[in-house]
Design a binder for this molecule. Structure first.
Ligand code: SF4
Length: 211
């Protein structure tokens, strides 16, 4: 197991352990916290299947190219792991853990199975990735789809961009408060994202000072 697989595996075990120990009320609270995000993901899924499934299936999936799913090419947020675990069956998490134990000697993502991604809800970075040739093909023919895609990208930030209280940050904090720590907690350890938070904080402080 290389370091990428280990950090993924550690995060998965951590999330599973925590979810197994919290009360059903706590779990329901988490489920209700992520409900809005899941509706958003449903909307993206339906957009992609309407506009892109033909292009992607033909170009990438049938040819088994799966060019977007390259080896260790994705950023997985800790919140991706939490949300996926909340909606997955135990056996689905077992499967992820078992593939992470095997060496990955290929060029593809370790989570890419025979029938596609093994995550029930793939990480947001994967979901929002469209390659340039696919975008070009679809958006030139349908500019309204481009507008919708831009709008979805903006809305994604309401969950993932910490210039305000966002779900991805809140979920990390929940686990940190419970005593867990993971290198995938980018909202709390990525210099870039920490800079975003600091900027917002200093702006809020100076605005207050100017009142
Ligand atoms: S996690 Fe899933 S969608 Fe993302 S790169 Fe891996 S196989 Fe592809």
């Amino acid at each position: 197991m290389n370091s990428y697989q280990k950090e993924q595996s550690d995060a998965l075990y951590m999330v599973r352990r925590c979810l197994a120990t919290i009360s059903s009320t706590e779990r329901q609270k988490l489920e209700s916290d992520v409900a809005g995000y899941l509706s958003f993901r449903k909307e993206i899924g339906s957009f992609l299947s309407t506009h892109f499934s033909g292009v992607c299936t033909q170009k990438c999936y049938n040819s088994r190219l799966s060019a977007c799913c390259s080896r260790e090419g994705i950023i997985t947020f800790f919140a991706d792991v939490v949300i996926n675990a909340l909606i997955s069956q135990d056996r689905e998490i077992d499967l992820l853990l078992s593939v992470l134990k095997k060496p990955n000697n290929g060029f593809k993502c370790i989570y890419l199975g025979e029938k596609g991604c093994l995550w029930r809800l793939k990480p947001i970075v994967c979901e929002m990735f469209l390659c340039d040739p696919a975008k070009k093909k679809v958006f030139i023919e349908n500019p309204l789809a481009r507008d919708k895609w831009d709008e979805l990208n903006k809305r994604k930030k309401m969950f993932t961009w910490p210039d305000r209280p966002v779900l991805f940050d809140v979920l990390e904090k929940y686990f940190m408060d419970a005593g867990y720590s993971s290198s995938l907690m980018y909202m709390h350890n990525s210099p870039g994202l920490l800079r975003v938070k600091r900027r917002v904080l200093s702006c809020a402080t100076s605005c207050k000072g100017g009142d």
